[in-house]
Design a protein around this ligand. Structure first.
Ligand SMILES: Cc1cc2nc3c(=O)[nH]c(=O)nc-3n(C[C@H](O)[C@H](O)[C@H](O)COP(=O)(O)OP(=O)(O)OC[C@H]3O[C@@H](n4cnc5c(N)ncnc54)[C@H](O)[C@@H]3O)c2cc1C
Length: 488
């Protein structure tokens, strides 16, 4: 049992470090930035504080599991609040749907918007979502997909057959439209395709489980400190369990010999001896110089990246009474807006995600508030970005004014665009890694361990199960379990 080095204190790396340290391993985490969290970061602008990544937490049980593995109770470190509504969906025709907790309350919302017959169909669809989730979670999401040969095992084939019978291998839009008829309700259950970097026409029906996770499972937010409180608490738990966290240092080379991993060279010139390494950072960059010979993965030969996003964070000198934490403003266009992204163009009529974290009381001075708007945007693999940001920002300000947020052109603001994401170390200028097309899903996503370099493991959004807070926490757990089982 030699030392372990974790490269990257994003949520994936931290999840691995917490578990390994709690199991008695000698763990060092090296993080290039000055704070933990990676995408789940934080930024300040004057008296305003913003979460620069995820704005809500789904599947809090996965996070609780990471704390429990370190002998800690999530609730005492990080009390969470369930949001109500989970989302507010606003349509171009002026109507809206609140996604609320509980089947009866949600069916009533659907009845109000779409009528009694659709509410009945919604109940049946919700039951199908639960079946899909049950068929997928243990078998495909919460499971190590590193060994491709496991795909051919009879148990895996039986589970795949079950998923196929539930419609998991149909296209998402067809699966949902097979149950629901109102286009607004269909949008409410297919926009999540964007979370896996695809359009509802491209994504497989298996990704309907995302709708189950957030519209049924609910969305949560820390009671104090915003989303960035999550990595802060995880880093504190890892340190309490004995891990060393080193910020502001970059790993530049993983060294390996004939018996596998031997150490990690840092940009300070220092060398950390290591028997195991968890690489929990951007994998295409890692393969371009950080990793030793023999670490190549055929799955990364022709990477297809998710779309990126333009994000504007505003400091408001007022509050917005009645505004939900999360509001999705759908544009008039639907399929063409996804096609625009695929062709490398900004969406003609963008769908916007507006976050108003009113319950994060420390984020703004009394009587003030913060507002964040995210517009999906093409990544740099698809688009030449030159000069696009000012034009898109101007259009976004106009759109926000039309939507009733007032003139925000004079408000203090902070922006992140695809070149900015690239500057933060995200390949192709997207913080959402590879998309989840079939050939980048499950066993076909970059492997969790290098077959030819013993002791070299991977975690984070480039590996299975994929992008998003719960998946990267799972990837960290899987990496830690592989190391603990291997007894190198
Ligand atoms: C704007 C935005 C909104 C999002 N919204 C949601 C949401 O609502 N729900 C959801 O579930 N998910 C959301 N996500 C996605 C989610 O945040 C990510 O999938 C997840 O946090 C990625 O974690 P990670 O550990 O894989 O990678 P990262 O967070 O990228 O962490 C990698 C870390 O490695 C460090 N690093 C890189 N190279 C080196 C090196 N050589 N040496 C040392 N350190 C290095 C980096 O600095 C970084 O801290 C969002 C992301 C963004 C950006």
């Amino acid at each position: 049992m030699g030392p372990t080095v974790v490269i990257g204190a994003g949520l994936g790396g931290l999840a691995a470090a917490m578990r390994l340290a709690a199991a008695g391993r000698d763990v060092t985490v090296v993080e290039a930035r000055d704070v933990p969290g990676g995408c789940c970061g934080t930024a300040r602008l004057g008296e305003y504080r913003f979460d620069t990544g995820p704005s809500v937490l789904t599947m809090p049980g996965v996070l609780a599991d990471a704390f429990a593995a370190a002998g800690e109770d999530l609730e005492s470190w990080l009390p969470l609040r369930r949001l109500d509504p989970y989302y507010r969906l606003r349509y171009h025709d002026g109507s809206h749907l609140d996604v609320v907790a509980g089947e009866d309350a949600m069916a009533e919302e659907v009845r109000r918007l779409c009528g009694a017959a659709e509410a009945g169909r919604y109940r049946r669809f919700r039951a199908r979502l639960a079946e899909l989730f049950a068929a997928e979670w243990d078998a495909f999401i919460d499971r190590d997909m590193t060994r491709l040969r496991n795909l051919a095992r009879p148990a895996a084939l039986t589970r795949l057959a079950r998923l196929a019978a539930l419609g998991g291998f149909r296209r998402l839009d067809r699966l949902v439209a097979g149950h629901l008829t109102d286009p607004r309700l269909i949008r409410a259950h297919t926009f999540q395709a964007l979370y896996v970097g695809l359009s509802p026409r491209q994504a497989l029906g298996i990704y309907a489980v995302i709708a189950h996770m957030d519209t049924v499972g609910g969305v949560y937010f820390p009671r104090h400190g915003g989303m960035h409180a999550i990595p802060q608490a995880m880093a504190a738990v890892a340190e309490k369990a004995g891990a060393r966290l080193r910020y502001g240092v970059r790993a530049v080379r993983v060294e390996a010999g004939s018996s596998g991993v031997s150490g990690v060279r840092l940009d300070t010139g220092e060398r950390l001896a290591a028997r195991d390494v968890v690489v929990a950072c951007d994998l295409p960059y890692a393969h371009a110089g950080l990793l030793p010979r023999g670490a190549g993965d055929w799955r990364l030969r022709r990477p297809r990246y998710s779309p990126s996003c333009l994000v504007l964070h505003f400091g408001l000198d007022r509050r917005l009474p009645g505004q939900a934490h999360h509001t999705l403003h759908f544009g008039r266009e639907w399929h063409s807006s996804f096609a625009d992204l695929a062709r490398g163009r900004p969406q003609g009529d963008p769908n916007l995600l507006v976050t108003y974290p009113e319950s994060d009381s420390g984020a703004a001075p009394a009587g003030h508030a913060t507002l964040t708007v995210l517009e999906p945007a093409p990544n740099l693999q698809r688009a030449r970005w030159d000069g696009l940001t000012p034009r898109l920002e101007e259009r976004l300000l106009g759109r926000l004014a039309d939507l009733g947020y007032g003139d925000l052109s004079g408000a203090p603001r902070l922006g992140f665009d695809p070149p900015g994401w690239a500057g933060l170390g995200h390949s192709a200028g997207t913080p959402f890694a590879l998309d989840h097309r079939f050939r980048q899903t499950a066993w076909f996503r970059p492997a969790g361990a290098a077959r030819r370099v013993p002791g070299l493991h991977f975690a984070g959004m480039y590996t299975a199960p994929g992008v998003g807070v719960p998946p990267v926490l799972i990837s960290g757990r899987l990496a830690a379990e592989r190391i603990l089982e291997a007894r190198r």
